[in-house]
Design a protein. Structure first.
Lengths: 391, 409
């Protein structure tokens, strides 16, 4: 097979944009406006009929220089921007940034604020996974699970809106705490939702997870072995589906996670090979269940005081060259912030490491010999979100 | 058709054979019938588009279109008007001629089927003696239209859809044709009315419960019909998540609406054929076709309307099942689709044809065996329906759901 060169966006040579075949194979541009690439990503697909020889992800369509913006804003001012790193699960990006700067300041966050953060984050994890499993079912052709998942997500959106006034880009966390305390009666509302939601998860499993066609489509599809998952730096549910029991919440605990009981679901290859697309789907469904467990414990254990902000200087000025690194388990896995303090009120360097970006790297290796319909399922099973890839 | 018009004119007290312009009368009659049939096809397709969206909405726990008219019923008219008024875009590099005529091929293949599709005891455009053969033949025109549209669009996604569709429809015509052979053998005729007449009004008189092969053939036909009509789980040619929209990606306006008209109208065709071939068609329980023929006056009209309602009821039930499947099941992959056809459906349908041939000889020798088999299969069918209802009720109870037919209309 002749290797496929990535066409460059060379405006001098427009011919390359119109190229339709590569060494006798068809070159298919899947994206950037394709309905199931989950955002503006382009896949250059080298196909022979329905069978793909290779799919090369071409990222960068949604690059907004978020890291550079982080170097120009004040530390507090950057918080709303972090929402845009991953707009499906904005709370985690907030938390990563807040934790990194708190480490620079060397400060402690009030206990209640930590609980507020975890409640918000776990709710957000459920809503993010709901989108993931819903769209995955839709990409495989079952349209009905998607509205069901989104209906549940609406309840979470309502809860988060009550908490912070926003439904998508929350800007809820602050450096040193959270913006608002839980509203009155919030605990009851969340626990009512959880009672309802755990039943819905069972219904969801009946509806799609064990559906014969769904299992046939996803079992044995693009399995990732343990070694391969580690080699390609996969994180989060994608890594755990391959059987690697690594969860930042457990293995490098932060915030109040050491005080909470929960399991880390690992892909077992229940219907196919370990680490296949169905395992990745199943891992997310199980993680939602674990998030429910975490939420229930948080609602019981949350301290009853009302202090949700620590003492933070009005203008954060740090010693130049101070470094901090934070790792959190986002809905898409290990999210890391690296911050170097600058001379003034802003950072000298901000670097964000996200799960979707590394997940894109493995697509080329996995795509060989799959069908076009499988590529769609594969992208969905890796749960990539375009803004998180490009930042 | 000709004799029908002759009868009509003779009843009015004239003899058409003496007229110098009889042929024109026939022509006008044909035109009128064609107008009625095409409009029936178009209007049912339109209403199904509304029905499907409402059904989908209820299945997906949404409300669906409910603004235009009572329960949103006139939505399809609003959509049709909108689509008619839209610009009819033809892509710059498309094959202009093929691109423009492709929808008409689909339309012709679709409308021709209605010629020998029965509606009730007497209501049929032409009860041809090659009815089923004609239906299978003209539906193949649809695939010509699909390939044309996919090829001429000059888009790779459309081409993928068209090629998938061609492979799918041509493959699935074989099991569908073989499955339809079984009722044809049992009835001994290809005429659609003849096949219905060979059955009876009660469930145990239907071909569905005649013998195990016919029972299997019904499901094979239904699966194949789903595949031929590009319905989920076989909607690969227009798989939205894979191929954007498949062969109709580049179409807009009225030409686009033709594709959907055909898809929805096809639901009536596949369901009406299933009813005709396996479910006793318009046969009223307790009224044999001979006694039906002998009825006159008001009772004939009542029986005719009752048979029409029964046929429409059975057909609409299957239309609902088709919608229900679409909004429940995922889509299968193209290789799985081919495997299913060639490895399972084709061999089973061939075996079924052989079985029925032997079975007919056996039943001819021992008629009691035929009756025993009918009783057994009808009981099995009733048990299946019962088990389904019990399971559904259990699922509803488990989730704590309730029936709600009143709110949110």
């Amino acid at each position: 097979m002749k290797p496929l060169e990535i066409p460059t966006m060379d405006m001098e040579n427009k011919e390359v944009l119109r190229r339709i075949e590569v060494g006798g194979d068809m070159l298919l541009n899947m994206g950037p406006q394709h309905p199931s690439t989950h955002g503006v990503i382009n896949f250059l697909v080298q196909t022979d009929g329905e069978v793909m020889k290779r799919a090369i992800p071409e990222v960068g369509y949604l690059h907004r220089s978020l890291e550079k913006i982080g170097e120009r804003c004040t530390y507090n001012g950057y918080m709303p921007y972090t929402d845009r790193v991953d707009y499906i699960a904005a709370m985690f990006a907030n938390q990563g940034w807040a934790m990194a700067v708190e480490r620079l300041l060397g400060m402690q966050v009030p206990k209640r604020a930590e609980y507020c953060r975890i409640i918000a984050c776990e709710l957000n994890r459920i809503s993010s996974h709901l989108i993931s499993v819903g769209t995955m079912a839709m990409d495989v052709g079952a349209v009905t699970p998607f509205p069901y998942a989104l209906r549940e997500r609406e309840f979470i959106n309502d809860l988060l809106e009550e908490l912070c006034g926003a439904r998508l880009t929350y800007n809820y966390l602050r450096i040193g705490g959270v913006a608002f305390d839980l509203p009155t009666g919030y605990e009851e509302k969340v626990s009512t939702f959880l009672d309802h939601f755990e039943k819905i998860l069972d219904e969801f499993n009946r509806l799609i997870t064990y559906n014969e066609i769904f299992v046939k489509r996803l079992a044995h599809l693009a399995p990732i072995s343990k070694e391969m998952a580690i080699d390609y730096c996969l994180v989060g549910p994608n890594l755990r589906a391959s059987g690697v029991k690594f969860d930042v919440r457990k293995d490098l605990p932060y915030s109040i996670y050491p005080e909470l009981q929960f399991d880390v679901p690992v892909g077992k290859g229940e219907v196919g090979t370990q680490g296949d697309s169905w395992d990745r789907f199943w891992c997310r469904v199980e993680e939602m269940r674990q998030s429910c467990r975490i939420l229930r414990q948080c609602l019981v254990q949350i301290p009853k005081d009302s202090q949700v902000m620590g003492k933070v200087p009005r203008k954060i000025k740090l010693t130049e060259g101070l470094e901090a690194y934070s790792r959190i388990e986002s809905a898409r896995g290990d999210m890391q912030y690296y911050v170097v303090a600058g001379p003034g009120e802003n950072a000298h360097r901000v670097k964000i490491r996200t799960g979707s970006f590394t997940a894109m790297g493995i697509i080329d290796a996995l795509s060989r010999g799959l069908m076009i319909a499988d590529l769609v399922a594969l992208i969905a099973s890796l749960d990539v979100v375009a803004p998180e890839i490009d930042r | 058709m000709q004799s029908f018009l002759d009868n009509l004119i003779r009843n009015a007290g004239h003899d058409p054979s003496t007229w110098p312009w009889t042929q024109f009368v026939y022509l006008a009659g044909m035109g009128a019938i064609a107008f009625v049939v095409i409009n029936f096809a178009a209007i049912t397709a339109g209403i199904f588009s509304w029905a499907e969206r409402r059904v989908a909405a209820r299945i997906q726990s949404r409300v669906g279109p409910n603004r235009v008219g009572p329960g949103g019923f006139l939505q399809w008219i609003a959509d049709a008007v909108k689509l008619l008024l839209k610009e009819d875009l033809v892509p710059d590099e498309a094959d202009q001629f093929l691109f423009r005529i492709a929808p008409y091929f689909m339309m012709v293949g679709f409308a021709c089927v209605f010629v020998c599709l029965p509606f009730s005891h007497r209501l049929i455009v032409a009860d041809m003696n090659i009815g089923i053969f004609f239906i299978i033949a003209v539906t193949a025109l649809i695939v010509v239209g699909i390939i044309m549209s996919g090829w001429s669009s000059n888009s790779k996604w459309s081409l993928f859809g068209a090629i998938r569709s061609a492979a799918q429809i041509i493959s699935y015509e074989i099991p569908a044709g073989m499955a339809l052979m079984i009722p044809v053998m049992l009835a001994g005729t290809l005429s659609t009315q003849g096949i219905i007449r060979a059955q009876g009004g009660w469930p145990w008189q239907w071909f569905l419960f005649d013998n195990p092969a016919a029972f299997a053939a019904f499901f094979i036909y239904f699966i194949s019909a789903l595949a031929e009509g590009n319905r989920t789980p076989f909607d690969l040619p227009e798989a939205e998540s894979e191929l954007v929209s498949g062969y109709n990606t580049e179409y807009s306006g009225m030409r686009f609406s033709y594709f959907f008209l055909v898809e929805w109208g096809n639901m009536w065709i596949m369901s009406a054929l299933a009813t005709t071939m396996f479910l006793g068609g318009w046969q009223l329980p307790g009224l044999t076709p001979e006694r039906f023929d002998a009825l006159t006056g008001g009772s004939a009209v009542v029986a005719e309307l009752a048979s029409l309602a029964l046929f429409a009821g059975k057909t609409l039930f299957f239309v609902f099942v088709v919608m229900w499947l679409r909004w429940t099941l995922p889509r299968i992959r193209v290789d799985q689709m081919m495997n299913m056809c060639w490895k399972y459906l084709v061999p089973i349908s061939f075996a079924g044809v052989l079985f029925v041939a032997v079975w007919m000889l056996v039943v001819h020798a021992v008629p009691a065996l035929g009756i025993a088999m009918r009783v057994l299969l009808t009981a099995a069918g009733a048990f299946g329906v019962g088990a389904f209802v019990v399971r559904t009720l259990k699922n509803i109870r488990d989730t704590g759901d309730k029936f709600d037919f009143t709110s949110n209309w």
